[in-house]
Design a protein. Structure first.
Length: 290
């Protein structure tokens, strides 16, 4: 096998993987929009929300076409702040999502407001999360969220929620206030599902351990868990006794096993588990691939 084929094969695989994830994500999200949000007259978040607001006021406006047009300035920002590969993949994502919005007219058989809001949030969050697991996005708030995540390490779901609230405020004069409140439910569910799909399954935990058996636990982390760690010099705040503090970063599954092993070695160990937003580093890093 020559060098050219070795280099091109991963790129071809990445392209088809991205295409598959984008088609799947766009389909799920479009069902959420056309199958729940539009029939129930809910508002939506981000650029999709602004497009729906226009559609409610001017029914002749095509949501998919409006979505593509409003994404132009967002993509200019994506080109400069994220990268060319992300730009082109996201351009493809916008096209796929716009087509999905235009042609997928499946209606979800739900009539109660609260279940409809929850289902809409799950579908939109799942669709957006699947798309963001690819090398691109579906445009709109996805691009803006990724820019904030890369530059300021802000959770994607947090940015999505803030932009969704702006879209909601722009539509409170269009729909009934009760519908706006139900919209808040599906927006909240959307942000939680997006965070779960994009980073929840790969989120790292930072572990701090204070124990007299620190050396045995250190060997356990290296040999049993297969992770590294840092030994810090410390002094007890109450008794003033010098000691050692262990700091390590592990996956969720490794955290469960580590807690069990630490408790077995030293039942009196002081252990703190903290969530991380982003981790850079060999083997344990979980930075997104955009």
């Amino acid at each position: 096998m020559n060098v050219a084929s070795e280099v091109s094969s991963p790129r071809v695989g990445e392209f088809f993987k991205t295409l598959l994830l984008m088609c799947l994500g766009a389909t799920v999200a479009a069902i959420g929009v056309n199958g729940v949000i539009v029939p129930m007259h809910f508002l939506s978040g981000g650029i999709t929300g602004f497009c729906l607001n226009l559609h409610y006021v001017f029914p002749e406006i095509n949501v998919g076409l409006a979505y593509a047009i409003l994404n132009i300035p967002v993509f200019i920002a994506g080109w400069f702040f994220v990268g060319r590969r992300f730009f082109f993949y996201s351009l493809m994502g916008v096209g796929i999502f716009s087509l999905a919005l235009s042609f997928i007219k499946f209606q979800v058989p739900v009539t109660e407001m609260v279940p409809a809001a929850i289902i809409a949030g799950i579908l939109l969050g799942l669709g957006s999360g699947i798309t963001l697991r690819s090398a691109g996005s579906a445009g709109g708030t996805d691009v803006i969220s990724i820019i904030f995540a890369k530059k300021f390490s802000i959770k994607i779901g947090s940015t999505v929620l803030a932009l969704n609230i702006l879209a909601l405020l722009s539509g409170v004069f269009i729909v009934d206030l009760n519908l706006a409140l139900y919209t808040l439910i599906h927006m909240f569910v959307t942000t939680k599902v997006v965070d779960l799909v994009v980073s929840g399954l790969s989120k790292r935990r930072a572990i701090t351990i204070v124990s007299k058996e620190w050396d045995a636990i250190r060997h356990l982390i290296i040999n049993d868990i297969g992770r590294g760690g840092t030994v810090l010099e410390a002094t007890g705040g109450y008794a003033g006794v010098p000691g050692k503090v262990l700091y390590t970063v592990v996956t969720f599954r490794e955290m469960v096993r580590l807690k069990e092993l630490v408790k077995r070695i030293d039942p009196n160990a002081f252990l703190v588990v903290a969530d991380t937003v982003e981790v850079m580093g060999w083997r344990i890093g979980n930075q997104p691939h955009w």
